[in-house]
Design a protein around this ligand. Structure first.
Ligand SMILES: C[S@@+](CC[C@H](N)C(=O)[O-])C[C@H]1O[C@@H](n2cnc3c(N)ncnc32)[C@H](O)[C@@H]1O
Length: 261
């Protein structure tokens, strides 16, 4: 069965509620605040690699890594179409060995929810640490713990987006998708209904396992991995006076900046 990640175009459309250039601007703003002017960037679990492509557009030497060959092929094709240089690597974020270091590494949109065990998370952080330049930053964007632990989740599981006359109605998770209280894993049922491509609408369905990580588990994984320490944490994309602390009531993401210890 083909899933949501096997249809990169539909996945990118579904995620087009984001303003990727604005997010990249903030990522680079945080780098500047940490005294870093990155020249090389690596996006992990990059999917269509929208952030890596934006880094490349801004002149960074950019690399994107993903496990899914269709995502990799799509990212490479879109970069070529846009006329930007992007290196694309098919690989696992817990095992990759690229033989060089990067000034900035980023894992966006809760892709660490695909790390199902503490061992996998620790292995991932060790790989990231091994690929980070001295003085570099690893930025990990995760969902805010309030979404799973609070009474009032800040993120809706249903949304609609429209781009170039094509509309996607997305449901990422159903009320019946309960988090297993022992494993902290939920089987999220995903449905994307795409209309406007042609005569008929198309429905993409999938079940995507989601591992919920708390803030304290993240802290423990960082300490277990060694080699990295927290430089800053934010609750949304905002730098300087627009920065949103993780504990702010308006916070809706858990974004952690890690630097080499
Ligand atoms: C939610 S998508 C996020 C894609 C991208 N980060 C974004 O912001 O749109 C998660 C991606 O993680 C990839 N993935 C899952 N497990 C992975 C692993 N172990 N190593 C590398 N990529 C992985 C999937 O193929 C998928 O493209």
């Amino acid at each position: 069965m083909s899933g949501v990640y096997d249809d990169p175009w539909a996945y990118e459309l579904a995620c087009s509620f984001r303003d990727v250039p604005a997010e990249v601007e903030v990522l680079l703003g945080w780098c500047a605040e940490q005294g870093l002017a990155p020249r090389t960037a690596l996006e992990l679990a990059a999917g269509p690699a929208e952030h890596a492509r934006e880094f490349a557009r801004r002149g960074l030497a950019a690399t994107a890594l993903d496990l899914n060959p269709r995502m990799c092929a799509y990212a490479a094709r879109e970069a070529e179409k846009a006329g930007v240089a992007l290196e694309v690597v098919e690989g696992d974020m817990t095992r990759f060995a690229l033989g060089r270091r990067f000034d900035l590494i980023a894992t966006m949109l809760d892709s660490t929810s695909h790390l199902m065990t503490l061992d996998a998370f620790v292995a991932h952080l060790r790989r990231a640490a091994a690929h980070l330049s001295p003085g570099g930053l690893y930025v990990v964007e995760m969902s805010h713990p309030r979404d799973r632990l609070g009474d009032d989740p800040s993120v809706s599981t249903g949304w609609t987006v429209e781009r170039d006359g094509v509309r996607a109605s997305v449901r990422w998770g159903e009320p019946s998708d309960r988090l297993d209280p022992v494993t902290q894993i939920a089987d999220d049922h995903v449905t994307m209904t795409i209309t406007g491509e042609g005569a008929e609408s198309r429905v993409v369905r999938d079940v995507v396992p989601y591992r919920f990580w708390t803030a304290t588990e993240l802290d423990a994984a960082i300490r277990l991995a060694g080699g990295l320490e927290v430089a800053a944490q934010y609750g949304d994309f905002g730098a300087g006076e627009d920065a949103v602390p993780l504990a702010d009531p308006e916070a809706w993401r858990m974004i952690t900046l890690l630097r080499p210890r």
